[in-house]
Design a protein around this ligand. Sequence first.
Ligand SMILES: [Zn+2]
Length: 91
Amino acid sequence: MAMKCPECGMTAHTRTSEYQTGTLKKTWYQCRNIDCSCTFTTMESLDTIIMKPQKVAEEPEPVQAVHQRLPQTLNRYGSASRLSNRQKAPV
Ligand SMILES: [Zn+2]
């Protein structure tokens, strides 16, 4: 980056910069005019966020989406197996 020298108005170039906070940056400039060679610092800070990036909203999980574990038949004699009418013992 470049900035006008506050002493002579010529272009001053960045020598180094350092963030003071997440939104505040201090920059050291040196004037390119060798007869001036003014060095100075500036503070650059966040002014306005024009538009925030779209964040993918996490949809709240519907209560009914919680899967209720149903009895499963692991084999034909599993706890969920039912005898058919034909298999029931006569009363
Ligand atoms: Zn200058």
